[in-house]
Ligand binder design. Structure first.
Ligand SMILES: C[S@@+](CC[C@H](N)C(=O)[O-])C[C@H]1O[C@@H](n2cnc3c(N)ncnc32)[C@H](O)[C@@H]1O
Length: 327
């Protein structure tokens, strides 16, 4: 391992395993409501069944935005009953328009989605503090997806997740019923993360390893995804990681970034033993385009505004790129 990999490993392995297991699946990062996690699952289901789930994907993104807004209000001290009353009375001074419209739609008799807004505002989970959302509400789309996917034939695709953490996203890939469609490998540099992931999923291929030095052969997986790693690498390691991903993934990959910006150059920001860079979306896209791939950039806030009419995203710097090797 290089000194940089040593630093990356020791940084993440310095956290207690319970912390690693939970810190990125809480609050707005919960993959059940986080738009970039929803997008990864949507990308997988759309790969398996192109176009079939477009409407459901849109509704799940809306669900994520609605529950994120409610969560933020609860965290700021709002009461569930007060929010419920304001929504019921259509108080657009207090409640954003997209949320009032969603509530009205959920009340319709023909609405195919259960009324998760009433569930989240009325249900108190005794095991969770007041500022949290209940699992009953959070699991709404996990249940819908697992019912939809259960009856479909199970051709499989091979998928590599880089920087899988403690199965942070995989646990919801599994819960929503996508796992039987995948030959999945999760890779993470931190032993603590992989131990957690293996504990949760003893029969799934979770491996300790670094994307900067894998021995995975060329084109050894069909699809690859990665959340929130690239910003933590030095410029040289970032380039190596992107090259490696492109070498390993045969068809397509989706990479998610939490700290991006529109124009100009990358801002390189060393933090303790690693980095927290602010990366230029255009430069990332140009890198992949320079390798002859087709790149689709999704800047989360404007993309969600256009797609589902929400006024913003909890992280205004988030963006994702989909890289297609054979456009
Ligand atoms: C910010 S966390 C993101 C974890 C997970 N993808 C998520 O979004 O919840 C960054 C992850 O990258 C892993 N990591 C850091 N350097 C790595 C490398 N060179 N190769 C593979 N994983 C790495 C860390 O152990 C950590 O789990």
């Amino acid at each position: 391992m290089t000194p940089e990999e040593d630093n990356l490993r020791s940084s993440w392995d310095s956290y207690p395993s319970e912390y690693l297991d939970g810190y990125l699946i809480q609050g707005v990062e919960d993959p059940r409501i986080n738009a970039q996690s929803i997008l990864t699952r949507a990308w997988l289901s759309d790969t398996l069944y192109p176009g079939r789930f477009d409407a459901l994907i849109t509704e799940e993104l809306r669900f994520g935005a609605v529950l994120t807004w409610i969560l933020r209000q609860l965290e700021q001290g709002a009461g569930r009953a007060e929010l419920h009353d304001a929504i019921l009375s259509g108080d657009t001074q207090r409640i954003p328009e997209f949320l009032c419209a969603t509530y009205a739609w959920l009340q319709g008799e023909a609405c195919p989605i259960p009324d998760y807004l009433t569930t989240v505002l009325s249900c108190l989970d005794p095991d969770r503090p007041n500022g949290c959302l209940s699992d009953l509400a959070l699991d709404t789309f996990m249940t819908i997806w697992s019912e939809q996917l259960a009856s479909l034939s199970r051709g499989t695709i091979s998928v590599l997740e880089v920087a899988c953490g403690s199965a942070n996203d995989y646990r919801f890939v599994a819960q929503c019923g996508l796992a039987p469609f995948l030959r999945y490998t999760g890779l993470d540099i931190a032993v603590g993360n992989i131990t957690n992931a293996q504990h949760r999923f003893p029969n799934v291929d979770f491996r300790v390893g670094s994307i900067l030095g894998t021995e995975l052969p060329d084109s050894s997986c069909d699809y690859l995804f990665c959340h929130d790693l690239i910003e933590h690498l030095s410029p040289a390691a970032m380039e190596r990681a992107l090259e490696e991903m492109l070498r390993i993934a045969r068809r397509e990959m989706i990479l998610h970034f939490f700290n991006g910006k529109r124009n100009g150059v990358h801002e390189i920001v060393p933090v303790r033993k690693y980095y927290r860079n602010r990366l230029s979306m255009e430069k990332i896209a140009a890198f992949f385009e320079g390798q002859g791939t087709h790149v689709t950039c999704l800047e989360m806030a404007p993309w969600l505004r256009e797609k589902i009419g929400v006024p913003g995203y909890h992280n205004p710097n988030a963006f994702s790129v989909i890289v297609d090797r054979y456009p």
